[in-house]
Design a protein around this ligand. Structure first.
Ligand SMILES: *Cc1c(COP(=O)(O)O)cnc(C)c1O
Length: 410
């Protein structure tokens, strides 16, 4: 997005504000589907938890995507955005049988990731086909930083428990129509991912009623220049060949499914915050913005590195800054970062703020969550209002029990 249009958004809608560029989402979607255009049946299910605004979901729908959801609320959001239930897959972890039944009643595809629920669900609803989430336990060594469902992971049913899955399927008469893996880690080494896929293919042979194989996500996007990113084109070429061979062997054209979140929306987002104070100390210069980890928690939670650009002074000389927030607690966005000279009142843009940023925001310090703006075909649209004081109060229940001074004990 151009500096000028970002500045205009800050001017028009105030700060802090999230800004999303529909064009980037569209081009990422096209890039992924083009890489797999030799697969007969491809399904891209957008992971709602990355960015769950209704307008973003509607954009995904217009592109032909389905949805990947992890809560009944996300399923309902998808329905509210106009998706058919059949276009939604529910891949939760550790939720109750009741929640799974609620989603099944809505008509979404269920994905089960533990034997206990599989057995209970299969016993009660043998006619509702389910997908099973497999943990292939693939660990990469050396410098590659992948752990494809490692042994301690809480996700998925261990590959070593396939005999138990098969017993449950036989005992209950339930139908397994899909198998799934999602590693939760970045795919940096395609060969490791392909190795995990081989395990999934091997597993697939044990199930006779499959309609799809879901390879989850883990597509890594660059956060700064020179960053390693998943080579989607190479992955597409290699996995397509293996997948098509497998379908032949299996005797049926299965659907190849993915469920990317970050890949589709991360780079489309900018978070804009205004510099309240420039504070010199004995060791550094702090730029303090009108935000904090209440609005963008990834740097504090994961140590994520978001590029920061001073869009009010993009050509100014560079200095070193620590960019921090206004929360009464350490909330560092960036340490010792080279940024174009910052003055109070400048607007800073935090890159890669489309995924897991707004959706993880909170009201900590009783602050309002930011507004969200979507730029589409050159025009900006407010897609989420900034909160107001009413939002802070709205679910608090005032009880009339402190008329007399509270007793303080002896
Ligand atoms: C979070 C999640 C995704 C999306 O992961 P990204 O890294 O954002 O692509 C996909 N599938 C499941 C089951 C998830 O929980």
């Amino acid at each position: 997005m151009e500096t000028k249009s970002l500045l205009n958004v800050a001017k028009e809608y105030g700060s802090p504000v999230y800004v999303y560029d529909s064009q980037k989402i569209i081009s990422q979607y096209k890039r992924l589907t083009s890489a797999f255009d030799k697969v007969k049946r491809l399904k891209v299910n957008y992971a709602v938890k990355a960015l769950s605004n209704l307008s973003i979901l509607k954009l995904m729908k217009s592109l032909g995507a389905g949805l990947d959801t992890v809560s009944v609320q996300e399923v309902k959001l998808g329905l509210a955005a106009g998706f058919q239930a059949e276009q939604i897959i529910f891949t939760p972890n550790g939720v109750s049988l009741e929640e799974i039944e609620e989603v099944a009643a809505l008509g979404a595809q269920i994905n089960i990731d533990n034997l206990s629920i599989l057995e209970q669900f299969g016993t009660k609803h043998p006619n509702i086909p389910v997908c099973v989430r497999i943990n292939p336990h693939v660990m990469a060594g050396g410098n590659t930083n992948i752990s494809v469902g490692h042994i301690d992971s809480k996700f998925g049913i261990s590959i070593h428990q396939i005999p138990h899955i098969l017993r449950i399927v036989e005992n209950t008469g339930m139908k397994v129509n899909g198998i799934h893996m999602h590693t939760g880690s970045d795919i940096l080494d395609i060969d490791v991912f392909l190795y995990a896929s081989e395990i999934l293919f091997e597993t697939a042979k044990s199930f006779k009623d499959l309609e799809f194989i879901d390879f989850g996500s883990g597509f890594k996007v660059p956060y700064k220049e020179g960053d390693i990113e998943t080579n989607i084109e190479e992955l597409g070429e290699k996995l397509t060949e293996r997948f098509n061979d497998f379908c032949e062997e299996y005797g049926k054209d299965l659907t190849l499914a993915f469920e990317p979140g970050k890949f589709l929306v991360s780079e489309a987002g900018n978070f804009l915050a205004k510099v309240n104070v420039v504070k010199q100390t004995t060791s550094t210069v702090f730029a303090q913005v009108d935000s904090g980890f209440n609005h963008l928690i990834r740097p504090m939670l994961y140590g994520s590195r978001h590029e920061i650009i001073n869009i009010s002074n993009p050509k100014g000389r560079e200095r070193f800054y620590s960019v921090v927030g206004y929360i009464c607690e350490t909330d560092t966005f960036a340490n010792n970062r080279r940024i174009n000279e910052i003055s109070e009142g400048d607007i800073l843009a935090f890159k890669n703020s489309g995924a897991y940023c707004f959706t993880m925001s909170s009201n900590y310090n009783s602050r309002y969550r930011p507004a969200e703006v979507l730029i589409h075909e050159g025009k900006s649209h407010l897609i989420h209002k900034r909160e107001t004081f009413d939002d802070i109060l709205k679910n608090q229940v005032e009880v009339d029990i402190f008329k007399k001074p509270a007793k303080m004990g002896k």
